[in-house]
Design a protein around this ligand. Structure first.
Ligand code: SF4
Length: 412
């Protein structure tokens, strides 16, 4: 049995994608090739760290100690609602001027992995522009950071986890917002909503701070957009804990099978990976034929699926025109059934749930989860009214087919 190291998000993600790649990285410690996008991200992160750090001194939760380790434990906070004495005002920190920030950026710039000097210059200029805009926004509306680049450790169901968190802010209500900077080109709200990295960070913060996590945010640096999402509910936290347990079990029992996928294209270990060995000459033709046959069947399946959708639309239309919901032919019958579902715009229901303290009750902001709250007598009537006001009922029709011998299926 092998010892399981503390799992960081990147380690967890690497093992989940491909256990063999995890072994190459974390056991064999094989070097990886530098890449421009990693260097760019590291440079911007380092500059932001130096820029934001002085503001942590303003936080009512205390300053970040040097060394960057988890600086607070449960006992270190004053949890009483009103302190007996007014604490001394912290010294006002000095923020770097924009030119000073750019000087830091030049100093911390990582120049490896770019395709050419022109590529590096283009990225450097892009980063400088982002930092100028970040500076202007930050100075006009400063947040209340509690910690930056903070290393936290914790244990979940006996599994050690570890993370270095870009930033933790204090919210207006005195809770915590966990932020992770992203310098990628695109970032969606859905990514923020389902990010395992943010769920892991929530666990780390909850185990190290006594204040509640009120928001999990992927901060898209290119557009200065905080993609803010509610903290994960019990279901999502348990789901991640289960997957952490599976990864830990795999490492403990030394299961390092290759798991090829689209990500192989950016893997540094293809030259030594057994999945990328040459197929013997005598087998190539047979494999080529099988792959092509598979492709052809998939194409035909897709064509049939589209044709079915077209026929289903015509059946729906005919049913509407005729005013009947039962269409028959030689012993086969198609029944048309209507169901209504609640639909809620997430950005509108989020404040209602937050205000009512109901966020932990929903794993996702979808109609099914939220409509359960509408019929729950324990939810105050005023909150249910408010939720109802944000949602709308949407009709969905489905077709149920019953064949002459009783076989049946349902389609949308
Ligand atoms: S090439 Fe693919 S299968 Fe092989 S180690 Fe890398 S990710 Fe895994």
């Amino acid at each position: 049995m092998a010892t399981v190291p503390a799992l960081s998000y990147s380690g967890f993600h690497a093992y989940t994608e491909c256990p063999l790649r995890w072994k190459y990285l974390y056991i064999d410690r094989m070097p990886t090739a530098p890449r421009g996008y990693f260097s760019f991200g590291r440079s911007v992160h380092s500059a932001l760290e130096e820029f934001v750090k002085p503001l942590t001194k303003l936080s009512t939760l205390g300053a970040v100690p040097s060394g960057g380790r988890a600086q607070r434990t449960l006992g270190e906070f004053d949890e009483s609602p009103a302190p007996a004495e007014t604490p001394p005002e912290p010294a006002t920190p000095t923020l770097l001027a924009v030119e000073e920030l750019l000087e830091v950026y030049r100093r911390v710039w990582v120049s490896e992995g770019y395709l050419s000097p022109e590529d590096e210059k283009r990225n450097f200029d892009l980063g400088a522009d982002l930092l100028r805009r970040f500076h202007a926004l930050f100075v006009s509306a400063p947040p209340r950071p509690v910690a930056v680049e903070q290393e936290l450790d914790a244990s979940v169901d006996g599994i050690k986890i570890h993370g270095i968190l870009d930033r933790i802010d204090e919210t207006p209500k005195g809770g915590l917002e966990v932020l992770d900077y992203k310098t990628s080109k695109q970032l969606s709200w859905q990514e923020a909503r389902t990010s395992d990295q943010l769920t892991l960070y929530q666990l780390l913060v909850e185990k190290n701070y006594p204040r509640p996590v009120e928001a999990l945010t992927l901060y898209h640096v290119r557009t200065l957009s905080p993609l803010r999402t509610p903290p994960r509910g019990t279901e999502e936290v348990e789901d991640l804990s289960t997957r952490l347990g599976e990864v830990a079990d795999g490492i403990r029992t030394e299961v390092y099978d290759p798991r090829p996928g689209p990500y192989c294209n950016r893997c540094d270990f293809r030259a030594i990976c057994p999945e990328w060995k040459e197929i013997p000459e005598r087998e190539r033709e047979r494999i080529r034929e099988l792959v092509e046959r598979y492709e052809e069947l998939k194409r035909r399946g897709e064509g049939l699926r589209r044709e079915m959708e077209g026929v289903a639309s015509e059946l729906h239309a005919a049913s509407e025109e005729l005013g009947v919901h039962r269409l028959t032919s030689r012993g086969s019958t198609i029944y048309r059934k209507k169901e209504t579902r609640w639909v809620f715009p997430p950005e509108q229901v989020l404040p209602v749930l937050q205000e009512a303290g109901l966020l932990p009750r929903v794993a996702r902001l979808d109609g099914d989860q939220l409509s359960r709250l509408l019929s729950d007598p324990k939810v105050p009537a005023s909150v249910r009214r408010s939720l109802r006001g944000q949602g709308r009922r949407q009709a969905e029709w489905s077709l149920r087919y019953e064949g002459p011998t009783g076989e049946s299926d349902v389609s949308e």
